[in-house]
Structures are given as structure tokens and as C-alpha cells.
Design a protein around this ligand. Structure first.
Ligand SMILES: Cc1cc2nc3c(=O)[nH]c(=O)nc-3n(C[C@H](O)[C@H](O)[C@H](O)COP(=O)(O)OP(=O)(O)OC[C@H]3O[C@@H](n4cnc5c(N)ncnc54)[C@H](O)[C@@H]3O)c2cc1C
Length: 565
């Protein structure tokens, strides 16, 4: 990889916006947006793509379920010719929309189309953390949307976490659920001061903080967190889980209720049913002819006529919906699987999940799978991820690295099959290693000078594709305009979907029943409206933009960060 293809995390941080404090260079909560702000260099040309048909890496979650019956599942050998509703995507969004759809209309037919294997997108490849933001994002959301919406977003994350945990417990889902305190830990005094400011502002605005334990004493923070440079610690309830197992459970219930799942069936376009067939089926009602099918969903295996279409394809939606290019952008994100050394195993195992906050606005997200196998998942927008982002941004758009979920690095020496991609993925693993050795008390000594033996250590990393929304919050609702009636979207979850989708998916189904936005209980700023789309496009063109009005073009540049936690 050429030297000039990577930017340092510090360079990269200059491209992003976040919450700052006068007189300090520390950044907290770098925006998840891809547009807006003079320094938020957009760049959107060619930043879209279909799911890659071959060469996906296997995440740890996918490796664990190789004899699951949903692998390659097709409920019927032939693709159905018609359906009431077609859902595109079988991640947590598509699967939950199918569940609530069946509960709402047991008699309506639902087909879920998945380009590759079941739940093999971001959901099957994430870091397994459901961490409701309970204060940290207040600063950036307040700046962007005002205090009221900021409060609603944080409340919604709490509601989502509660809904997810309640479902798993009620249905006794076997998915390695852990519920306990997650720790947010600033590693330098300036970031700690910034965090304190945001926390205080949130409390002053009426935010609930009773459930958050705050430790401002660095010595005490170091004791709790076992991190050498910890300056403070904020602890509140969160969860970790095996996401593929959870979603497979829900899909199992769906199939029993009559949902038809078709894997390895990529959708290439959706068109008005009339235009395609000129033989519209009709239903007679009150003497009037009413149209039954509104849309034709075209796949590599033929077309399905349907009344409603749900776009649960997240990062990939702009590939077949050009009007959303630049508004949702795909971006590879890495997760590292680490087998911890002896001092961090058994009674010494890490018992909390973490968000470790660094001065440049980046963060390490840590899920130690406590109570399961003790394998530590490290992800987040850590300094290595920022280097990978810069590398991806420097690649020719035609290479479609923006949808490359085949990036991987293995300590056994294997990689993603192409040496450039492996070298790029290794950038992330190297930073994870340096962080663990420098920060976790006794890690390096326990690992030994020669490092960990075969089968232990920084074993394996893989990429998945997150869908970054232009303003950092998901799009939920019907595509605007009469001519798009019956096309529904729940996408652009910005690397944070586990803390959003368990309420966003039922919210979308409420809208499909004809109820108003208020019935969803979701923050207003999540709603997909013409006004929001226009505003984002206008802002982008003012700022030197990343997409034209027709969504087809854009200037090249560097992507703004998104921040999975
Ligand atoms: C490495 C990584 C770590 C992450 N860590 C966390 C975390 O710890 N916590 C958290 O909250 N979030 C995390 N996220 C983000 C989270 O995983 C996503 O927000 C969430 O899974 C999105 O779910 P989804 O169902 O909308 O999308 P996906 O799971 O991506 O599902 C979309 C599906 O649609 C299919 N599809 C796309 N296009 C087509 C087409 N044309 N035809 C047919 N099918 C199609 C795809 O193949 C895919 O299976 C992480 C993501 C990654 C990649």
C-alpha cells in the first residue's frame, strides 16, 4: 500500500465535526453524518454498490452457525410470482419488519429477498453490542437537532435496548445475552472535561441520569476499568449478544407464521407494476376497479408483483435506488476477535463492555462476551479504523471497496485474498494490539514478550458494511411522493442499528397501517420526508456537496466518519 494512501487519525479528525471546548483540541462524539459543515468533506461519487456476490469474510458469528438450517434457505424452490409485501434484506431490520408485519396482518403474504446468505450483512458481522446512548450523544444531537430531539433520540435508544432485552428474555432466545454495565472511559484530562460538560448539560436539560454511575477520580476510574490512562468512568446498563442467533430465532418464528424467505436472490430494481407487465391484476370493489399490485421487484431469478415493498437493505439501498445516493453511503467497518491472555481469562475476565474515548474523537468499542466464551470483540471508530477509512476513500470508486465485506486479517497470516486489502485490515488489528498492550493493566506481561501462542491473541478480523446517513440518523417511512406510494424505508442506521432497529422496525409497520408518525414513538428527525431529503441535498450543494439533485453524481473527497458503538 502506498504511503500517501493513508491519513493519520489526526489528519482524519480534521475532516470531521464533533463537540469541542474552547481552548482544547479534544473532540467528543464526532458526527455520524456524511454531509454538512465546511470541513465535513463529503465525496460521494460512486460510493454505492450491490452486495458483493463472492469473497465475503466470515465473521465470528457466522462461523459459529455453519450447520444452521437457515443457511441457503429458500422456503419455496420457485420464487413466488406475487406477494402482498416484499421485504428486501434479511438483516435485523428486514427480519423484524417481517415479524411485525405478520403480527399485524397474519393473512397477508410476505416474501423476504436476500442477496446472499441469511443475515450475512452488517447484522451478522457487527461487534454484538447493544449500547443505548444515555448521555454522550446529547452534545452532538443538541447541536444538530435541538435539545428536544436530542432527548428523544436518547430515550428511544433506551426504549430500544429494553425492547431487545425483553424479547430475548421472554422468548428465552439462545444468543449469549449479557446485561450489565457498559463503561465510557475518557483517556485524557481534556476529553474527560469535555465529557463532563456534555453530561452536565444533559442533566441540566432534564435528562435522566439516575441510572448512570459517574466516577470523576482518575485513580478510582483506573481501578474500575483496568485501563492505565482512565480519567473518569460513566457506567450504565447495556447488553451484548450473538446477533445472528437472535435474528435467526426471529426468522424461525416468521417462517412458522408463513413468511417466505429466499436467499441468494439479489434485487436489481423496483418498477411500477404497470410499466413492466401492462396486464395489471385488479380486484373489484364497490363496482370500482382497484389496483392490486403496485410494484414489480426484479431479481436475478425473476420478478415478483406486490402491493408494498420494504427496503431493509441498509447500506446497499442506493445501489438500486439512485435518488438516495449520497444520502446513505456504504462504508466498511472492522471488528477484531481477540482471545485474551491468561490475566484476562477466568476470574480475571473483563466483566463490562466499554467505549474508550480518545482525544481525537475516535473510540474503541469493547465487548468481552462475559458469561459466554470470554472472546473479546474490539471495534468502534478506533484509530486503525480511521486509517482504513482513509485507505478505502483513496481507492478508485470502480473497485467498490465501499461495499467490500471481504476485508480481513488473521494472525495465522491469512487475509482477504488480496494483499492490499489484507494490509489495510491489518492497520486496524495493529492499533487494537497497541491499545490493549499499552492500556490494559498486565496484558502485555501476561501475553509474554513473544506474544501469545497459536490460537490466542489478535486472531481474526473481518469487515462489514455500515450504512451512513447524511445527517447521522436513520431514514424511516414511506418514500415521498404519490408515485412512490407503497415503498417503505428503514435504513441508514449509521453503525448503531442494534440500539435503534428494535423500535424502528415496528414503527415502520405502524406507518404501513396508515397510522401517523406520532404512533411510532420514534424521534421526529428519523422520519423520511421530502423536506428532509431536499434539506440534505441543499446543504450538500452549499457545502461543496456530495450529490446532485438527481442523486447521480457527486464530488469526490473523503468520507466523514461514522461511529459504531
Ligand atoms: C463491523 C461492524 C460492527 C458493528 N458494531 C455494532 C455494534 O456493536 N452495535 C450496534 O448497534 N451496531 C453495530 N454495527 C451496525 C449494525 O450492525 C447495523 O446498524 C445493523 O446490523 C443494520 O441492520 P440492517 O438489517 O438494517 O442491515 P444489514 O444487516 O446490512 O442487512 C441488510 C441486508 O440486505 C441485503 N441486501 C442488500 N441489498 C440487497 C439487494 N439488492 N437484494 C437483496 N438483498 C439485499 C444485504 O445482503 C443484507 O443482508 C456494526 C456494523 C459493523 C459492520
Amino acid at each position: 500500500m502506498a504511503e500517501n494512501q493513508t491519513a493519520s487519525p489526526a489528519d482524519h479528525a480534521k475532516l470531521v465535526t464533533g463537540v469541542t471546548k474552547p481552548g482544547s483540541d479534544a473532540i467528543l462524539n464526532v458526527d455520524e453524518a456524511i454531509g454538512g459543515g465546511e470541513e465535513a468533506v463529503g465525496g460521494g461519487a460512486g460510493q454505492w454498490g450491490f452486495p458483493r456476490p463472492k469473497g465475503q469474510s466470515l465473521s465470528y458469528w457466522l462461523q459459529q452457525v455453519r450447520c444452521d438450517k437457515l443457511i441457503s434457505h429458500r422456503t419455496t424452490e420457485q420464487l413466488p410470482e406475487t406477494a402482498d409485501t416484499v421485504i428486501i434484506g434479511s438483516g435485523i431490520t428486514g427480519t423484524l419488519v417481517a415479524k411485525y408485519h405478520k403480527e399485524t396482518w397474519p393473512d397477508k403474504s410476505v416474501v423476504v429477498l436476500e442477496a446472499r446468505d441469511f443475515c450475512s450483512g452488517a447484522t451478522g458481522r457487527n461487534a454484538g453490542h447493544c449500547k443505548p446512548d444515555q448521555w454522550r450523544g446529547f452534545g452532538k444531537y443538541e447541536k444538530q437537532f435541538g435539545a428536544e430531539q436530542a432527548m428523544k433520540i436518547l430515550q428511544n435508544e433506551q426504549d430500544t435496548w429494553e425492547a431487545l432485552v425483553a424479547y430475548i428474555r421472554e422468548k428465552n432466545v439462545d444468543c449469549d445475552l449479557w446485561v450489565g454495565d457498559t463503561l465510557d472511559v475518557p483517556l485524557d484530562p481534556e476529553t474527560a472535561a469535555l465529557a463532563r460538560d456534555v453530561f452536565d448539560r444533559y442533566r441540566a436539560a432534564g435528562g435522566k441520569v439516575d441510572h448512570i454511575k459517574v466516577t470523576a477520580d482518575p485513580a478510582e476510574a483506573r481501578r474500575i476499568t483496568r485501563l492505565a490512562d482512565a480519567q473518569a468512568c460513566y457506567a450504565w446498563p447495556a447488553a451484548t449478544l450473538q446477533p445472528r442467533k437472535l435474528v435467526a430465532h426471529v426468522m424461525g418464528v416468521n417462517l412458522a407464521a408463513g413468511v417466505n424467505l429466499q436467499t441468494f436472490t439479489p434485487v436489481r430494481r423496483v418498477s411500477p407494476y404497470d410499466d413492466d407487465t401492462k396486464q395489471n391484476d385488479t380486484e373489484k370493489g364497490n363496482g370500482e376497479e382497484t389496483k392490486k399490485y403496485r410494484w414489480a421487484v426484479h431479481t436475478d431469478r425473476g420478478a415478483i408483483a406486490c402491493v408494498d415493498v420494504v427496503h431493509a437493505s441498509n447500506a446497499y439501498l442506493p445501489a438500486y435506488e439512485p435518488s438516495l445516493r449520497g444520502l446513505i453511503r456504504p462504508k466498511p467497518h472492522m471488528c477484531n476477535k481477540v482471545i485474551p491472555p491468561l490475566k484476562f481469562a477466568g476470574s480475571g475476565a473483563l466483566r463490562n463492555s466499554y467505549g474508550v474515548l480518545l482525544r481525537d474523537g475516535s473510540l474503541f468499542s469493547i465487548n468481552p462476551r462475559y458469561g459466554a466464551d470470554g472472546v473479546v470483540m474490539v471495534g468502534g471508530s478506533n484509530p486503525g479504523q480511521l486509517k482504513l477509512d482513509a485507505w478505502v476513500a483513496a481507492q478508485p470508486a470502480a473497485d467498490r471497496r465501499c461495499v467490500d465485506d471481504g476485508l480481513s486479517f488473521s494472525s495465522a497470516g491469512n487475509g482477504s485474498g488480496d494483499s492490499e486489502g489484507t494490509a489495510a485490515a491489518r492497520l486496524v488489528t495493529d492499533e487494537v494490539r497497541q491499545f490493549a498492550e499499552a492500556q490494559f493493566d498486565g496484558w502485555r506481561e501476561s501475553a509474554g514478550d513473544d506474544g501469545l501462542g497459536p490460537g490466542a491473541g489478535y486472531e481474526y478480523s473481518w469487515s462489514g458494511i455500515i450504512g451512513v446517513a447524511a445527517d447521522g440518523v436513520p431514514f424511516v417511512g414511506e418514500m415521498p411522493g404519490k408515485q412512490r406510494a407503497g415503498q417503505w424505508v428503514c435504513a441508514g442506521h449509521c453503525g448503531h442499528g442494534m440500539a435503534r432497529i428494535f423500535t424502528a422496525a415496528p414503527g415502520l409497520v405502524k406507518l404501513m397501517t396508515g397510522e401517523g408518525w406520532g404512533s411510532t414513538g420514534l424521534p421526529d428527525v428519523y422520519q423520511l420526508t421530502q423536506q428532509r431529503l431536499d434539506g440534505l441535498r441543499d446543504q450538500a450543494s452549499r457545502d461543496g456537496g456530495w450529490t446532485s439533485r438527481d442523486g447521480q453524481n457527486g464530488n469526490s473527497g473523503v468520507w466523514l466518519e461514522s461511529r459504531p458503538v
